[in-house]
Write a protein that binds this ligand. Sequence first.
Ligand SMILES: [Zn+2]
Length: 394
Amino acid sequence: MSSFNLLELICLLLPIAALSGWYLGKRSQKIGLLSKQGHLSSDYYVGLNFLLNEQTDKAVDAFIRMLDVSPDSVETTVALGNFFRRRGEVDRAIRIHQSLISKPSLTPKQRSQSLLALAQDYIRSGMYDRAELLLLEITNIDGVQLEMSLRLLIDIYEREKDWEKAIQFSVRLQEVTKQSMSKEIAQYYCENAENAWSKGKIKLAFKYLKQGLQQDRHCTRISFLEGNFEKKLGKYQNALQAYKRIEFQDLAFLPEALNLIIECYEQLEQHQALEEYLDYLLHHCPSISIVLAHAEKVKEKQGKGTAAQFLADYMYRHPSVRGLKHLIEFHLSRAAGEIRDDLLMLKSLIEQLVEKKAVYRCSHCGFASRLMHWQCPSCRQWGTVKPIQGVEGE
Ligand SMILES: [Zn+2]
């Protein structure tokens, strides 16, 4: 055991020592933690001695024995188990907490506290079914552990992809904390919608999206899903409407939707409307994706030279690696010989530069990825992963 952990453990066990004085003053010596002479139970010293000698299992046995004679040491025993769990010694934590909940003398508060600790042990060792049963019992006790239990239950349902239950318990958590869970609930509806769609239940998928939007009007994922579903059904006008909503929900996601929007306009053969829309975006919310889409239109109408000039003008004001790559591509088609070879080399270098760069980052924990995640795989927050802005991103 490292000295740091030992120190932590001694601090943990100090309350037992402090309690002894309190007991002497306030209570008779029949309380089991103290012997008849007013000293700490001998099991306390035995346990501590085993810990100091790194004989942890024997120490755990001694502390569990101590519990038999001292029901008032419940809190410290819970903390001792938690200490082992934090050290990754989950089996020991489970032994300690299991021995606790087997005591019939626990008060309801002590029982829910012990159940919660044991549930956390089970979660740590991946035994979600067992944890769920204990947490559900706590939610029926309705005590101080209720909020934490609901949070852990929601976490379990998320891991098990039981979105209906995740919604149900998020609603209950909202009632307990008076804090909105709408953002999370909307995401659960999105998960439900994707599942329904994959099973061919089209009406149900749209119903879930509608319910999600009622929870969170700013959920861009709903607009992406709605657009994708409509597009697959060949309803490009509806899809376009859904995708264009993203601009007003979260501008950071608009570049992600841009190609989808362009595809819809082209399928609808509304070329003039597309140009007007790109023009509008260019003036209201320019980003490199929008500028590149606009540059493509300039290229079609006025040739590569004008398109390259347009792009270069923008790049002077807003340098961008992606923009630079496109600029080289515009020049490549007009270059020959050595210049062309040099440009090809530059293009290849830039491609290598951006190849492994993260495209998305979580605003909550900083997790970076090349893939989009609606739930951050690192901190498990919903809707915090967004496209990276700046020279290497948008
Ligand atoms: Zn995160």
